[in-house]
Design a protein around this ligand. Structure first.
Ligand code: NAD
Length: 462
């Protein structure tokens, strides 16, 4: 099928590339010329395992193209994905201006062919109808510019025969394993009131639903949840709010464990074996972050507020998380007492491993608060240390390797559970430090191994 993906970030580029890999002809559009140039030259602007290889092969097959020309993308696609960012506003609601700009642009370029417009961006509940209206506005503005007659979008639709439907198709991929998740989804959610649009979406995803590109091709087909647009939009928010709440729950349990002398890793194991609870998302630590959980939970709380409903549980999940992000500072103060004049080294900066994404990463809070308390902050991150200039970090010296990081530090804080941090030469690192203290912010390291290497080990809730 002919597909256009607008916005080539973590979601758009992965979606476009994977759809090209399974045989569709995809044009990816982005208004960032630099990014388009980079992608045309065969390079990925983001770090995502397996993505570059797929981009190379899909581009070589002629199935994947990049452009900044929205008109060309709209003309090409029978299915048009909107995958631009919806960052949070200071009030907590989503900033939908990028979605609006794209919808208006699509309206300005629609031709007589039937198109399906797919909201892949996480958008506030009710955005399906809103996108439709903006597209019609764009269409009416084009008509007005061409004929100087004032017409409404609906009149233009009647006159020109332009036909389109809007589908909500929320994305659940996880950064760091986004390609894997796209080929092995737990479910696909489609929201629309148009059977024609639904049929096209089913055809588009058929190879993935049939697990043709899955790790385990013998599994039953991927469940497809077909529902109305608002429910599809709500599914995305509810899923993220649930996961964020689950982490805040175990962090709260960890804080109680710390006080009563229990070990939260054992508690998590003990409760996670209950099939009603499940073991995932029960790792206590320094809190959740990234570009999705904080903004999606806040947006849902904000939507509830708009309807006069106070979402107590979700608000509490956010509050627990805000407090949790300071837990490493509390632990550093317990061990080092005064932080002014001390040097603290951070192992990891990204909000999770296997990504270069720093949006709303707990490391940023830590750096800010350590600086405020007069500590010098250094960091080593397997990806950011290679691409540091790109991230515009401030208040932190980004070192090129873990040993340079350890040199002269009064304590280390493990912030991101990168796999390579399991096997660093901690014996050597301990000798390079003023005080070999390790605050394990993810309960990720081997406590006994660290202690044997000479570290004072401090976990979360252990
Ligand atoms: P991103 O910021 O990485 O990428 C957005 C891209 O859109 C950028 O490349 C930007 O240049 C481009 N863009 C902005 N305005 C444009 C325009 N007018 N025309 C063309 N391109 C334009 O965002 P992301 O992380 O990929 O997230 C996209 C959406 O998907 C968001 O709504 C997000 O909430 C949702 N989502 C993200 C994830 C994730 O893990 N990142 C997971 C699920 C859902």
């Amino acid at each position: 099928m002919r597909v256009c993906v607008i916005g080539t970030g973590y979601v758009g580029l992965v979606t476009g590339t994977c759809l090209a890999h399974i045989g569709h002809h995809v044009i990816c559009v982005d208004n960032n010329e630099e990014k388009v140039k980079l992608m045309k030259s065969g390079q990925s602007p983001i770090f995502e395992p397996g993505l570059s290889e797929l981009m190379t092969s899909a581009s070589a097959s002629g199935n994947l193209e990049f452009t900044s020309d929205l008109a060309a993308g709209v003309a090409h696609g029978e299915i048009l994905f909107i995958a631009v960012g919806t960052p949070p506003l200071p009030t907590g609601e989503s900033d939908t201006r990028y979605v609006e700009a794209v919808a208006r642009g699509i309206g300005a370029h629609l031709d007589g062919d039937y198109k399906v417009l797919v909201n892949k961006s996480t958008v506030p509940i009710g955005s399906g109808d809103w996108v439709r209206r903006i597209v019609l506005d764009g269409l009416a503005e084009r008509q007005k510019a061409q004929s100087s007659e004032g017409t409404t979008g609906e009149e233009v639709v009647a006159k020109t025969g332009v036909q389109f439907d809007v589908v909500s198709n929320p994305e659940f991929l996880r950064e760091g394993c986004a390609v894997h998740d796209t080929f092995n989804p737990d479910r696909i959610v489609l929201g629309s009131n148009s059977q024609r649009a639904m049929d096209m979406m089913i055809q588009l995803y058929k190879p993935i639903v049939d697990r043709k590109f899955a790790e385990n091709t013998s599994l039953p087909p991927v469940p497809v949840v077909m529902t109305d647009i608002s429910s599809a939009e709500m599914i995305k928010y509810a899923a993220n709010a649930f996961l964020a709440t689950k982490i805040s729950f175990i962090n709260e349990v960890a804080n109680i464990c710390d006080r009563v002398g229990a070990d939260v890793t054992q508690v998590a194991k003990g409760i996670g074996l209950d099939s009603r609870i499940g073991s995932k998302f029960l790792q206590a630590g320094i809190g959740w972050g990234g570009s999705c959980f904080p903004k999606d939970v806040s947006a849902l709380v904000h939507t509830a507020d708009d309807y006069g409903y106070e979402a107590h549980l979700m608000k509490a999940a956010v509050e627990v998380n805000e407090r949790q992000r300071l837990i490493a500072i509390e632990k550093l103060q317990q061990v080092l007492k005064i932080l002014k004049g001390k040097t603290v080294g951070l192992l990891g900066l990204t909000f999770k491993p296997d990504t270069d994404d720093l949006r709303d990463a707990p490391s940023l809070n830590l750096i800010e608060n350590l600086n405020r308390l007069g500590a010098k902050v250094k960091a080593y991150d397997p990806i950011v240390s290679q691409t540091g200039m790109r991230h515009g970090l401030s208040g932190v010296l980004v070192e090129t390797d873990p040993e340079r990081l350890a040199d002269g530090c009064d304590a280390l804080v493990l912030v991101t559970d990168w796999d390579e941090f399991r096997n660093l030469d901690y014996g050597k690192m301990a000798k390079l430090m003023n005080h070999p203290v390790m605050i394990d912010g993810r309960n990720f390291l081997d406590k006994k191994g660290l202690e044997a290497a000479g570290f004072q080990y401090v976990g979360i809730g252990r």
